[in-house]
Design a protein around this ligand. Structure first.
Ligand code: ATP
Length: 388
């Protein structure tokens, strides 16, 4: 088991069209035993990060440490890291047992009896005991995935790396394997770094999620942190499905009534307490609100109602996804299945102040999260009680 540190790590590929910065100044400290998911869109540098750690790619700048020791120049074999690929990479002419044992035979001086014991133990964990004498060609995708994971387990490595391991499986099996891999992780407690472009996979499996865009780390935090406190517009947009709604708004406060966020075709009043948490000189924001936090409501409170026209209603079973037009901008709403407005109908939308997010329109960085007001007030109360 091991702690993994990326210290200011950069990877530049020299391409015929010029240099490509795949990973830029990455700082990430992963404590022993943690399950970290690297997530981000195609080409953001996830696989390169993993491959640098495994020793399959050189590092242009910075340092990678395993338990405090620099490993930049160690060969993959000297790193005690096992990697599971999307392609499974099994030997077609070897049996499952031979596939699982092969790496150990090459890289260790364990005797056959110990290797057999480890293979059978890993096969039991992965539920593939009955497949040990079969060849990969006769196995389903899900079974091959189990063998590939089992082969990594027998090595008892310090770190597990998974590069999109479930991408080739159908949706149902993928969900099942997520649970299986999470179970294996809690059983073994081995530091795990898992790459996916699927934010739902990241949210359900990770202790912490690291979100990358364009080679740069955007935020690292628990699934709750990145969902409730996205650091910027990119993270807010990437995490959550359907993704967050965004509207350009100006904060207006003429001193008389409540301060208000004024967007194209709507005005949404906010509390003084919320605006006090903002930088006084800032007035241009992007308002973000998640589809699950917007309500279609007849009785929306005055000052907090937004008029919208229904474009499309998607029935997905337990929920309905409603796509609406707010003065030319799309707004997505996730409602319970009983609420099914007519297409073309004009409805009123509302949401609670505690569910909004404001981002600085220039930097796109988070300026305030609506629930921070409640957190702030709770902190003030705690501080007062502590004084008293
Ligand atoms: P995906 O989800 O599509 O696998 P990714 O997030 O894993 O993407 P990487 O494969 O790490 O992204 O690639 C990051 C960037 O580096 C991309 O722009 C890619 O084109 C580039 N890149 C990766 N490998 C090489 C290479 N061997 N030579 C040149 N450029 C490369």
């Amino acid at each position: 088991m091991a702690r993994v540190e990326f210290d200011n790590v950069t990877k530049v590929f020299e391409d015929t069209s010029g240099p490509i910065v795949a990973v830029e100044e990455l700082d990430l400290d992963i404590p022993d035993g943690e399950f970290v998911v690297l997530v981000g869109p195609s080409g953001c540098g996830k696989s390169t990060t993993l491959r640098m750690l495994a020793g399959l790619e050189t590092i242009t700048d910075g340092e990678i440490r395993l338990d405090g020791e620099r490993i930049n120049d160690r060969s993959p074999k000297e790193r005690d890291i096992a990697m599971v690929f999307q392609s499974y990479a099994l030997y077609p002419h070897k049996t499952v047992r031979q596939n699982m044992a092969y790496g150990l035979k090459l890289s260790s001086d364990l005797d056959d009896e110990e290797i057999d014991r480890r293979v059978e133990e890993a096969a039991r964990m992965m539920g593939i005991e009955d497949l040990l004498d079969k060849k990969p060609g006769s196995l389903s995708g899900g079974q091959q995935q189990r063998v590939a994971t089992g082969r990594a387990i027998v090595r008892e490595p310090a770190v597990f790396l998974f590069d999109e391991p479930l991408s080739n499986l159908d949706a149902k099996l993928r969900k099942h394997m997520r649970t299986e891999l999470s179970r294996i992780h809690s059983e073994l407690g081995i530091t795990t770094i898992y790459v996916t472009h699927d934010q739902e996979e990241a949210m359900t499996m990770a202790d912490r999620i690291a979100i990358l865009d364009n080679g740069e780390l955007q935020q690292v935090g628990s699934p709750k942190e990145v969902y409730y406190r996205p650091a910027n517009v990119f993270v807010a947009d990437f995490i959550g499905s359907p993704s967050m709604n965004f509207f350009d708004v100006d904060l207006q406060h003429d001193g008389a009534g409540s301060p208000a966020l004024v967007g194209n075709g709507f005005t949404y009043e906010v509390s003084d307490e919320l605006t006090e948490l903002l930088d006084a000189s800032e007035t241009e924001f992007v308002l973000g609100v998640r589809p699950e936090n917007v309500r279609i409501a007849e009785d929306a409170p005055t000052g907090k109602s937004i008029s919208a026209t229904v474009d499309v209603v998607e029935v997905v079973g337990s929920d309905n996804f409603v796509y609406l037009d707010v003065s030319g901008r799309e707004c997505r709403v996730r409602t319970s299945s009983e609420i099914e407005p007519e297409e073309g109908e004009t409805v009123t939308l509302t949401f609670d102040e505690s569910d909004l997010h404001l981002f600085d329109r220039n930097s796109e960085r988070a300026a305030v999260h609506g629930h921070s007001r409640a957190d702030h007030e709770a902190q003030k109360t705690i501080a007062k009680e502590a004084e008293a």
